[in-house]
Design a protein around this ligand. Structure first.
Ligand code: GLC
Length: 788
């Protein structure tokens, strides 16, 4: 009925917004117990806890004492934080070195101040409360000059000011457009930028939640249909610090295996072993790099997970082994639905050991998915997680190292698109309904899968791709943005969507390149591949029955174009890998909105059609057909066109030339980037490591090379190669300082080529004080080779 005008029937509105809000009322008592600050109010109880000097948590429960244990997202322990408590008649102040929580007593209003006593975020006429139907709500003051980033996977522009967003993991085959709200991921976190300063807000509630960032009345609010009002304020004060604080709370992405950063090819489905071998043959013959091939649902025996259809794939083990020798991994899809079939061992085990989601009455919940009637593992139970994880020996024994989790919202083919919300999850003996825990189903499946595979791989890194997730999903998986379509509009919407995923702690993300549903075309594939070259996750995937979209599907010109950019991905691999390493430590994403680097520049606040890689590279994809130039915003300073070495002044919009085989790319002056060379796959070690310095007015740039084995967890023991290189120019002399920082890993290259762009009159070059020879390349850049 939602597709007809019935959707706006006046009778559909069950209540008038705001009228049923019951304010928390006055504080009636306050006490401190260890590091918990406990407040009783007229209509609810509140606990405030500090995680660090910069992070405070507020939990309100209108029925009972707030529950502070049991978050699925937060892995940081409550810290030992020195909190000064000052109480007077009107208010209580809880102060750390960096953050003060200011609690007015009558009525209770909770505000947050910085060290200077300036307001970070406050409450006015309205604060926390609940509705008779049990919704929890919190109103906060909003300022007209605020910008909001994050919220996970959302359609629309970068800045979410003015948006109303729902968090409820949903399988949305169609449509994906600006008013499509809930998608596959729910990350109830965002940061506010106001006059160059930032703070974060994380609403840790796993049921259906809403954020209303329509701020005309000077407030925004967020609410949860079930559960507690449970939120964290992260004091920043920079955007990068907020991201760091958020990923300290919820975890950072582990460094993926290098092969996961290569080009991946998928299709729903490559249906037989012969088809996969032919596909691989094409990549090898055409010298188009590829690191992974995906097996969609057809590989299974009637869609039973942990099986192979032996007619279609007579020798899966041999296939995996042969491909691996060529540097190509097989990544099979694994959905949560287990086919109801008394002769199928996974189903038998699930029923026998009571591992499936059930109703309170004890009957198993069944839903229809690809295999037909299916049961769903209850991943909220640790034993079920271990069982599921261990079952992945089926894949790892075949030599498989990466898994693709799909349909894990969980998706069910029915009106509601998901599991009955009345199902009761065991939750390790603290039962909760599916209504309360819906949004963590994918996260917990991801955890089980990641941990299981990691266990099986004997010290090797595993790779997991997931469609659904919740805050913290980055600890286990990379995220693709679900069933988009081969529309130019979907190429456009993927840019802010991925930037905001990055701003939500998920650096490893990307859309289906070329578009999943609908028929792609040559131009679209070429432009989308250009964009995909610089998205952290780079996979071409398309749906059953659609136009094929492998790189060679649209004739020679498109093939050459696509190949050029897949090669470019491997050329940029050393730079991307270093940025992945950085993201795994700091939480700062690989793919960044310009506002993250230029938070004072108003042109960046809602810039949704271009992005940065790291702190110094601007990527401006072409996202409309028959377009050979586009407007690009370059912030203050000088920039260099990557393709032509031409210098361009920033602080303005420019028209960049973009013929069909050109992706506009700009490098900030006085910075460096690392480059490698095209490879058939990441199996081939880099032996041509280059550092390119782009000189501007400062005539000085530096870089720390980062390489490790790309496949084990030894990097966690600092087993890596790191070298600091500084280049500067003065009066005809190019001076290089190169210092070993860490040599415990030996990379595949034994020398590093240094390329100095933008210097015309070098007469002498010195490395670590010694005079060295230099050359000029065909672009008249100075080239020096130094030893590793
Ligand atoms: C879902 C996935 C898609 C996959 C298909 C078949 O639609 O989002 O990527 O190809 O299911 O498994």
């Amino acid at each position: 009925m939602q597709d007809t005008s019935f959707a706006i029937h006046p009778g559909n509105k069950s209540k008038i917004e705001g009228t049923t809000f019951r304010d928390i009322g006055d504080v009636t008592s306050f006490k401190q117990e260890n590091n918990h600050f406990l407040f009783s109010c007229e209509y609810g109880r509140v606990t405030i806890v500090f995680y660090s000097n910069h992070v405070a948590r507020v939990v309100m429960n209108h029925k009972q004492d707030p529950v502070v244990e049991g978050s699925f997202a937060v892995i940081q322990k409550q810290g030992i934080v020195n909190v000064e408590v000052v109480e007077d008649k009107e208010a209580i102040r809880l102060g750390t070195d960096a953050l003060t929580v200011y609690i007015e007593k009558s009525p209770m209003r909770v505000s947050f101040l910085d060290t200077n006593g300036d307001l970070i975020i406050g409450e006015g006429q309205k604060g926390m409360g609940h509705s008779p139907s049990g919704e929890v709500i919190c109103y906060k003051q909003a300022h007209p000059d605020e910008h909001y980033y994050g919220f996970g996977e959302k359609t629309g522009f970068l800045d979410k000011q003015g948006e109303k967003m729902t968090m409820w993991n949903t399988d949305v085959y169609a449509p994906h457009n600006p008013e499509t709200d809930a998608l596959y991921q729910s990350i109830p976190f965002f940061m506010t930028l106001r006059q160059g300063r930032a703070h974060g807000l994380f609403f840790d509630n796993t049921g259906k939640t809403q954020f209303t960032m329509r701020t005309e009345d000077g407030t925004f609010h967020f609410s949860g249909e079930t559960g507690q009002m449970d939120y964290y304020i992260l004091a920043g004060p920079t955007m990068k610090e907020v991201l760091n604080q958020y990923t300290t709370l919820t975890g950072t992405m582990p460094l993926p295996p290098k092969w996961a950063l290569g080009y991946h090819q998928s299709r729903y489905s490559y249906e037989t072993e012969a088809e996969v071998r032919e596909l691989v043959g094409n990549f090898l013959n055409k010298e188009i790099p590829v690191d992974a091939i995906y097996l969609d649902i057809h590989y299974m025996d009637e869609y039973r997970v942990f099986t192979f259809d032996e007619d279609r794939f007579p020798n899966a083990k041999q296939l995996v082994a042969d491909l691996k020798e060529q540097g190509i991994r097989i990544v099979p899809i694994v959905d949560p639905g287990v086919k109801e079939d008394p002769e199928y061992v996974t189903y038998q085990e699930g029923i026998g050991d009571d591992r499936f989601c059930k109703y309170l009455e004890g009957n198993v919940y069944y839903g229809d998915v690809w295999p037909g009637k299916s049961a769903f593992p209850d991943f909220t139970n640790e034993d079920v997680q271990t069982w599921w994880g261990d079952k992945h020996t089926f894949y790892s024994d075949l030599g498989i190292e990466g898994i693709w989790n799909d349909m894990n919202e969980p998706a069910v083919f029915n009106e509601t698109k998901t599991m009955d919300t009345k199902v009761v999850h065991d939750n390790n003996g603290v039962p909760k309904t599916h209504r309360e825990l819906h949004n963590i189903y994918g996260l917990k499946m991801g955890e089980a899968t990641y941990e299981g595979m990691k266990n099986n791989l004997d010290g090797k890194r595993t790779f997991l791709l997931t469609r659904a997730g919740y805050a913290g999903v980055q600890r286990y998986a990379s995220v693709w943005t679900g069933d988009n379509r081969s529309f130019w509009e979907h190429l456009q919407l993927a840019i802010p969507m991925c930037m905001n995923l990055g701003m939500s702690g998920v650096p490893f993300c990307g859309p289906d390149v070329g578009g999943f549903a609908h028929d792609s075309n040559g131009q679209l594939l070429a432009r989308w591949t250009q964009f995909g070259t610089f998205t952290p996750y780079f996979r071409n995937h398309s749906a059953i029955g659609t136009q094929r979209q492998e790189p060679w599907s649209f004739g020679e010109d498109v093939e050459a174009n696509v190949k050029k950019y897949i090669h470019l991905r491997y050329i940029w691999m050393p730079e991307l890998y270093r940025l992945f390493k950085e993201a795994s430590v700091t939480g700062i994403p690989v793919m960044r909105p310009l506002v993250l680097e230029y938070p004072e520049d108003k042109h960046t606040f809602n810039l949704s059609d271009q992005f940065m890689i790291g702190a110094n590279v601007i990527v401006a994809p072409v996202t409309t057909p028959d377009t050979e130039q586009r407007l690009v915003y370059l912030p203050e300073g000088e920039w260099v066109n990557y393709w032509t070495d031409e210098k361009v002044s920033g602080g303005d919009h420019i028209i960049a030339k973009a013929p069909i085989d050109t992706l506009p790319l700009f490098i900030k002056v006085d910075t460096m980037i690392a480059q490698g060379s095209p490879k058939q796959s990441t199996l081939v070690q880099e032996d041509d490591y280059q550092l390119h310095a782009y000189f501007g007015v400062k005539k000085e740039a530096s870089y720390t090379i980062y390489e490790d084995d790309g496949e084990t967890f030894e990097y966690e023991n600092n087993h890596a190669f790191e070298k600091y290189v500084q280049m500067s120019y003065d009066n005809g002399v190019l001076t290089v300082t190169a210092e070993d920082v860490n040599t415990s890993y030996t990379p595949g290259f034994d020398k590093v080529t240094l390329v100095a762009h933008g210097l015309s009159d070098v007469t002498e070059a010195r490395v670590n004080g010694k005079h060295v020879q230099f050359q000029k390349n065909n672009m008249n850049n100075v080239v020096i080779t130094i030893s590793r």
